[in-house]
Design a protein around this ligand. Structure first.
Ligand SMILES: [Zn+2]
Length: 140
């Protein structure tokens, strides 16, 4: 596959909007024969993946999307399209708010599971806590 991102501009009441299509130049040089899929704004939408892009690229989706967008950015002159590409690239970055602060040592850490912890202890402190809990002869 020789992939390329193609920008489609369309107009709404809110102004210009952009859509990015993934094309495979090995398939054909002419659109739409080389159309693979659309590049979704968000590949992972709240844990759900339901887009053609993910179906094709799977675990490599983020990586592939970043690659395509970075390449497209270099060849782009339109400042609005550039801004949109940069926005899309930011959306691909892992979420920072996943990090939580440990209640014991104050260190920021990434919880290993998506669910919320009742106690915000980092792994180190949690191990320490469990160990001292089991060592303690009196309940706390
Ligand atoms: Zn800690």
């Amino acid at each position: 596959m020789r992939l390329k991102l193609e920008t489609f501009v369309y107009y709404t009441d809110l102004g210009r909007r952009f859509r990015f299509a993934v094309l495979d130049l090995d398939r054909s040089l002419d659109y739409p024969a080389n159309f693979v899929c659309l590049l979704p704004t968000k590949i992972y939408n709240e844990g759900k993946v339901n887009n053609g892009f993910f179906k094709i690229f799977g675990d490599k989706s983020s990586e592939q999307a970043k690659l395509l967008l970075t390449k497209a950015l270099k060849g782009e002159d339109d400042p609005e399209v550039k801004a949109e590409i940069k926005r899309r690239l930011t959306l691909l970055e892992p979420k920072q708010e996943c990090k939580i602060k440990c209640s014991a040592c104050g260190k920021l850490f990434q919880p290993q599971h998506a669910r919320r912890f009742k106690n915000n202890f980092c792994e180190k402190c949690r191990k320490k806590k469990f160990r001292s809990d089991s060592d303690a002869s009196t309940p706390t």
